[in-house]
Design a protein around this ligand. Sequence first.
Ligand SMILES: Cc1cc2nc3c(=O)[nH]c(=O)nc-3n(C[C@H](O)[C@H](O)[C@H](O)COP(=O)(O)OP(=O)(O)OC[C@H]3O[C@@H](n4cnc5c(N)ncnc54)[C@H](O)[C@@H]3O)c2cc1C
Length: 380
Amino acid sequence: MDFSLSEEQLMIQQAAKDFAQSELMPGVIERDDSQTFPDELVRKMGELGFMGMMVNEKYGGSGLDTQAYVLAMEELSKVDASASVMVSVNNSLVCWGLETYGSEEQKQKYLTRLASGEIIGAFCLSEPEAGSDATSQKTTAIDKGDHYLLNGTKNWITNGGRAEVFLVIAQTHADKGHHGINALIVEKGTPGFEIGPKENKLGIRGSDTHSLLFNDVIVPKENRIGADGFGFKFAMKTLAGGRIGIAAQALGIAAGAYELALQYSKQRKAFGTEISNHQAIAFKLADMHTKIQAARLLVYQAASDKDNGNDYTLSGAMAKLYASDVAMETTVEAVQIHGGNGFVKDYHVERLMRDAKITQIYEGTSEIQKIVISRSIIKD
Ligand SMILES: Cc1cc2nc3c(=O)[nH]c(=O)nc-3n(C[C@H](O)[C@H](O)[C@H](O)COP(=O)(O)OP(=O)(O)OC[C@H]3O[C@@H](n4cnc5c(N)ncnc54)[C@H](O)[C@@H]3O)c2cc1C
């Protein structure tokens, strides 16, 4: 297995690192406090090609591979996981789904603008009573001949207040269970489509998360993605790739916290020496470094599977499960290494600890990843 990076991949990694340090770091604490993220920064991420990294250049994307994408995700997430979740949802869940399964008309109309970052998108699967059990969709899309009539509520939608294009999963043929589900493209501003208030969150507070309400929303038939009843498969396929992005986000959060802790431990003195000279601290750093590298290899393995046309359901689930646990453990230890300073905002690690938690929850909780992994290994 060769994970050496190409010149292009190294360039993307450096570009993401530079952008994170020069553009995301200033104001990151204030954005977390105020739960905001300026449009200007989203625009810049689009200009640099971060919003449609894997999309073919003919549709306005950067035409890069998954490996380049995870490298960028890691670097952005070291500094600001709120920025990287916007990037992840737009790339993995919205652009990938449209490019892979959308019609040519849908790609021309929506993908080109999404991939260039001119507009951003949202992926709408979760509902008040359908989270891990995504088959229990209560949102309905009734077939009315030339259009669907959409009714229902979606919960926890990332980019909910900012997106212009929403991929909405809804039940059309209840008698067919999950084979009766469709994925529809819904535009912001369509009559009957309302955006609920912003959620007040523990972490990734710069990212806007909203409920969405659909009340007799008319969606043209040509906005359905794929064949009638393809919606659930669309969602599962899309999420399988999305997990690689979230695994890379978790890796970045862990690596960011580790780098801060390492630096701090070499400066802070206690009992007449730098705290890194106390074995209890040095061993924490050794564990963090080892686990982060193991997580990185799992993320690279999953990216490589996707880039090489291999099945990445198992490797993506393992990468997300492990990297998100490492993110949680590492950020807790980074706070510990910072002592009292770890508990205040100026040192960044408390924010990284709060941001880490979501990586064990969204795009399939850790328990759901274990279901995916165990099913895959038992069936073999
Ligand atoms: C900040 C944020 C952003 C999000 N962004 C999006 C988005 O953009 N689009 C979107 O569609 N959704 C999004 N989500 C929703 C997210 O994917 C769900 O919250 C997640 O899938 C879990 O669903 P739930 O909250 O309903 O929890 P539940 O499904 O109710 O789970 C509760 C607990 O039970 C466990 N559990 C459930 N079933 C099983 C089982 N069979 N075996 C063992 N344990 C089980 C879970 O692991 C969890 O610990 C977001 C959520 C948050 C918090």
